[in-house]
Design a protein around this ligand. Structure first.
Ligand SMILES: NC(=O)N[C@@H](CC(=O)O)C(=O)O
Ligand SMILES: [Zn+2]
Ligand SMILES: [Zn+2]
Length: 445
């Protein structure tokens, strides 16, 4: 395989150095990297670029099987690579639902064959996401897909007995339950955040307490059975307080925030544009500030995209009829850079933690056959992302690579752009563009 020399890269934003990638690994750093290069080595000019461990998304909807009109494993993982990711966890709310070893193995194989990133399937907690009967968690864990993250995402595991059993069950293989925290009885017909704006625009409200009540219950259940809980897309200041309390108490809880909840507010619902319709809903400016602060201080562990592609038919309609969700793989890193690095609240080392090492650790993919989220160090797998921190760019929805165009960021200017991505030493993105197979069939990757 071709060796690559990244010349003048800044690992985690630190001092510039040369980095040699050979045999799928970081082979050498500094002067050793230059002397290790040979005539066949491809040099990448990384002057002024920040080198990060390849990003790991704990929460991606790839829609295959079942909704290949919105996204496929291939199109979604190509978008992921363009966004700087080398691994994604594929959510289970597909059709059929990923609630058996057969379906998770199918998704895992599709990911491997596409070759853009490592795809780690998430297994459903309950059969058909119906919330009544535990799915075959053990069979999924012991399948080729080695599932460790289980979630009914899209639905909340609202039955406390089922949630307790799931938390107990996954202890056997060090798994984690990722909960979509939404008390269904408090959110019947809900369209947006419940507050002053929902009252003004006349859309049914989704109260913060519907999220907070489930998180409070679940951290207590996790403590009771001594298991691991992960909170998906936490969105309110009150949820932050509960997670902070649980962590102080020593409960094994981790939490994620999405880029959109770090940037956008419920004021956008005044447009009635369904691009801003998402679950959980965009909250208030006070919530956004609490989420930024909690990410910076470590109360929130990670940023996860909740990339949720939808077709035009499902999004280009009146607000109440539109699907919940927005795409996010290619804008995640720039939003974190814009909201937290540019403002001086986080360093690039922090970014590496919240978008790579911590999500890999939560999903238990930092070890195993294809380790992810590892440090940028000699001997580690060369899963790497080069970012131009100075680049400013305007989001043009049609230029993004997802098969769906439901991004809420069209026309918005963001800082930080992914220049190159390497998966085990092989470039999947160069000069900001995915490295596609040549038309003559040879694969330059
Ligand atoms: N986030 C969303 O608004 N939608 C997600 C489901 C989910 O993450 O709950 C989807 O699958 O479309
Ligand atoms: Zn969800
Ligand atoms: Zn989701």
């Amino acid at each position: 395989m071709t060796t690559h020399l990244l010349r003048g890269a800044s690992p985690l934003g630190g001092a510039a150095t040369d980095v040699l990638l050979a045999d799928g690994r970081v082979a050498a750093l500094g002067a050793d990297a230059r002397s290790g290069a040979d005539a066949g080595t491809v040099t990448v000019d990384a002057d002024g670029l920040v080198l990060l461990p390849g990003l790991v998304d704990l929460h991606t909807h790839l829609r295959e099987p079942g909704r290949e009109d919105a996204e496929t494993v291939r199109s979604g993982t190509r978008a992921a690579a363009a966004g700087g990711f080398t691994a994604v966890h594929a959510m289970a709310n597909t059709s059929p639902v990923a609630d058996t070893a057969g379906v998770v193995e199918q998704v895992w194989r599709l990911g491997r064959d596409a070759g853009w990133v490592d795809v780690f399937p998430v297994g459903a907690v309950s059969v058909g996401l119906a919330g009544t009967q535990l799915a075959e968690l053990g069979a999924m864990a012991h399948s080729a897909a080695r599932v460790r993250v289980f979630s009914d995402d899209g639905q909340c595991v609202h039955d406390p007995v089922l949630m307790r059993r799931a938390l107990e069950y996954v202890k056997a293989f060090d798994g984690v339950i990722a909960q979509h925290a939404q008390e269904p009885r408090l959110t019947v017909g809900a369209q947006m955040h419940e507050g002053a704006v929902s009252a003004e625009v006349g859309l049914a409200g989704w109260p913060a307490v519907a999220e907070e009540a489930i998180i409070a219950r679940d951290v207590l259940l996790a403590e009771h059975v001594g298991s691991r809980l992960h909170v998906c897309h936490l969105s309110t200041a009150g949820s932050v307080e509960i997670v902070r309390w649980a962590k102080a108490r020593g409960i094994a809880v981790t939490a994620e925030v999405t880029p959109h909840h770090l940037l956008l507010t419920d004021e956008l619902a005044r447009t009635y544009d369904p691009l801003y319709k998402v679950n959980p809903p965009l909250r208030t400016a006070e919530d956004v500030e609490a989420l930024r602060e909690a990410l910076a201080d470590g109360t929130i562990d990670i940023v996860a995209t909740d990339h949720a592609p939808h077709t035009r038919e499902d999004k280009d309609c009146e607000w109440a009829a539109a699907a919940f969700g927005m795409t996010g793989l290619e804008t995640a890193l720039p939003i974190v850079a814009t909201t937290l690095v540019e403002t001086g609240r986080m360093t690039w080392a922090d970014v590496a933690r919240v978008l790579s090492s911590a999500p890999a650790r939560i999903g238990r993919v930092d070890t195993g056959p294809t380790p992810q989220g590892r440090p940028v160090a000699v001997g580690e797998p060369a899963n790497l992302t080069l970012v131009d921190p100075a680049a400013r760019w305007t989001v043009e929805p049609r230029q993004l690579r997802s098969a769906s165009t439901n991004t809420p960021y069209g026309g918005r200017e963001l800082s930080g752009r992914v220049v190159a991505t390497f998966l085990r030493g092989r470039p999947t993105v160069l000069d900001g563009a995915p490295v596609d197979t040549d038309l003559d069939g040879t694969d330059p990757r």
